[in-house]
Design a protein around this ligand. Structure first.
Ligand code: PGA
Length: 252
């Protein structure tokens, strides 16, 4: 049933790129997307903030969406170095990643912080892509489902529904490592997330749940065919147009 949801293929560029790189990469993806027409897949690019304007110019009317990689929970104020959801919306974004494991680790963001950021995103009409995922130690202890559903409950704002959240399951140990859970393990977590969503989000069966962690063109088709996987959050492979496009094609 949930496989009929439109897949979302999101590129998380992390801290990579220059203006020239961003224009080239986004421009080349826009050309491919425009040539392919409406191929049934939603595409999203999340560049570093200084490159948002360049990506916005390059994606033009291709239908590719633009997103930030993080936002502050406040709308404005004395928060040097931070960016608000309102600013991202003003810059042309429609999504923002919140709670990525690198932010949870590098900036000590806990579920409450992630939830506040997600709520701020919604208040600015951005869809937060709320990231959750277990560490290797937690998986080896058999606690993956418990940890992930716990993060979900703590990080999703009240009033969430299919139109105003996307969930991304990203096992921390699979990010940037080339290691991927078995398809059965991905299915187990995505099924558990879907079930848990029933208590905390409206239209829970329609909330898109992305998988992230070492998604490549080579493994995308089999991962995207798993039940309750409704797209991918892609790091490394989103930095090459052919690789990212290959993943989008696997979703089509
Ligand atoms: P990766 O990163 O595709 O390079 O593993 C995914 C992510 O961190 O979003």
């Amino acid at each position: 049933m949930t496989q009929s949801l439109r897949q979302l293929i999101a590129g998380n560029w992390k801290m990579h790129g220059t203006t020239a790189f961003a224009s080239d990469l986004a421009g080349s993806l826009a050309d491919k997307a425009s040539a392919a027409g409406n191929n049934g897949v939603d595409m999203l690019l999340c560049p570093p903030s200084p490159l948002i304007a360049a990506v916005r110019g390059a994606i033009g009317e291709s239908g590719i969406a633009l997103g930030g990689q993080d936002c502050h929970a406040a709308e404005q104020g004395a928060h040097t170095g931070d960016i608000s959801a309102t600013m991202l919306a003003d810059a042309g974004c429609s999504y923002v990643i919140v709670g990525h494991s690198e932010r949870r680790a590098d900036h000590a963001e806990d579920d409450a912080v992630v939830k506040a950021k997600a709520a701020a995103a919604q208040a600015s009409n951005l869809v937060p892509v709320i990231c959750i995922g277990e560490t290797l130690a937690e998986r080896e202890a058999g606690r993956a489902v418990e940890v992930v559903t716990g993060q979900l409950r703590g990080s999703v704002p009240e009033g969430a529904s299919a139109s105003n959240i996307v969930i991304a399951y990203e096992p921390v140990w699979a990010i940037g490592t080339g290691r991927v859970p078995t398809l059965a393990d991905i299915a187990e977590v995505h099924d558990a997330v879907r079930a848990a969503l029933a208590d905390i989000a409206g239209d829970a069966e329609k909330v898109r749940i992305l998988y992230g962690g070492s998604v490549k063109p080579e493994n995308a088709a089999e991962i995207l065919a798993v039940g309750n996987v409704n797209g991918a959050l892609v790091g490394g492979a989103s930095l090459k147009a052919d690789d990212f496009w290959g993943i989008a094609e696997a979703a089509a």
